[in-house]
Design a protein around this ligand. Structure first.
Ligand code: DAH
Length: 350
């Protein structure tokens, strides 16, 4: 077979080969086998050296033209194949139906948001204001104004994240107390309006995490300052408020507890909600659950807030909102709450 015949044959063969190709990869393989370094066209060009000068010129032009034709044929076949595949996929899709209900995934509230909102509502109904405050505070707000001086050992339990400007991420919602007293003291002194405020917020501690400890968690601080506020008011108030939160009659007991910003300070326990006080694994068989530290606001703390402790007294309490959410929804690992795992969080509905 002479060179001319071989070229004509190649032209016929490439068409058949391209029609038989089923996938883009098959077409690319053909491109290599016809046009590649060791491809059929390149082989033909190698024969040029055995031809006379005239023949070389005309045949060389023919082969180059064939090369262009082959490239166009291959590109065209590839384009058609891709278009066909897209069309097939589109055809297999269901038709757009305007009457179908939308398939939108509904969001849900985080369990901590749920308990926080519920508590806020209860406190509002009892005449409390809900305060908003920064997560970044000064050392003075977080510690000194709360009667925790620089060298006080109580600071060791509350190591946190310090910023370059000397401020820090607050370790406790008690850090807002000073600002709350300053905001409302004029109304207290001039109009005799007691200060009744709660402050829910995020707290941070430099903590090794496990099922019970997190570096980021939520608390809710509450303060009540006025004339002649005493421990009986504190106990009555806490009992009423907790019965509202848990929607049943709650028994409380106070144990002495130390917090530098209250004097006296207490750990408030409630009767175990699971066993009703008989004793079970949840309450470590004691019948009581530790829930809410509280106490009478220390005179130094009132003074720092510009309130005369000889004239006014008050109580403060701090509730772990994260802990409350865990108790309410039976969440066993605190880390689940910050995991961002929508599957586990979206089961909680308002
Ligand atoms: N701020 C304390 C803590 O994070 C909790 C606390 C204890 C708040 C006693 C109070 C209180 O208001 O009276 O550990």
């Amino acid at each position: 077979m002479n060179n001319e015949e071989m070229l004509t044959q190649l032209k016929e063969r490439i068409k058949t080969d391209l029609t038989a190709a089923k996938e883009v990869a098959d077409i690319e393989a053909l491109r290599v086998s016809y046009l590649g370094k060791k491809g059929s066209i390149t082989d033909l060009l190698k024969c040029l050296k055995d031809l006379s000068e005239d023949e070389r010129k005309t045949f060389g032009q023919k082969v180059n033209k064939a090369k262009e034709e082959f490239t166009a044929l291959i590109d065209d076949a590839k384009k058609k194949l891709i278009e066909n595949e897209v069309k097939k996929e589109l055809d297999s899709m269901p038709e757009f139906d305007m009457t179908m209900p939308p398939r939108i995934r509904r969001g849900s509230y985080h369990p901590i948001t749920l308990v926080q909102r519920e508590c806020e509502e209860i406190f509002r109904s009892m005449g409390f204001t809900v305060e908003d405050y920064s997560e970044i505070v000064s050392e003075y707000e977080c510690f000194e104004s709360l009667n925790i001086p620089k060298d006080h050992p109580a600071r060791d339990m509350q190591d946190t994240y310090y910023l370059e400007n000397g401020q820090l991420l607050k370790t406790q919602t008690s850090a807002a107390q000073n600002a709350i007293y300053r905001k409302y003291r004029d109304a207290l002194i001039n109009e005799g309006k007691p200060i009744k405020a709660i402050f829910p917020g995020r707290c941070f501690r430099n903590e090794s995490t496990d099922a019970c400890h997190e570096n980021t968690f939520f608390q809710m601080e509450g303060v009540y300052v006025g004339k002649d506020i005493n421990i009986s008011n504190l106990i009555f108030f806490m009992k009423t408020m907790l019965s509202e939160v848990f929607k049943r009659d709650i028994k409380v007991r106070l144990r002495p507890g130390f917090f530098p910003f209250v004097e006296p300070g207490f750990e408030l326990d409630i009767n175990c909600l699971i066993c009703g006080g008989v004793g079970c694994p949840s309450c470590k068989h004691s019948g009581w659950l530790e829930l809410c530290p509280c106490g009478m606001i220390h005179p130094e703390v009132l003074k720092a807030g510009g309130i005369d402790p000889e004239e006014y007294t008050g109580f403060a309490f701090g509730r772990g909102l994260t802990r409350l959410a865990m108790m309410k929804y039976g969440i066993k690992d605190i880390r689940d709450l910050n995991s961002g795992n929508l599957k586990s969080m979206e089961q909680f509905q308002a």
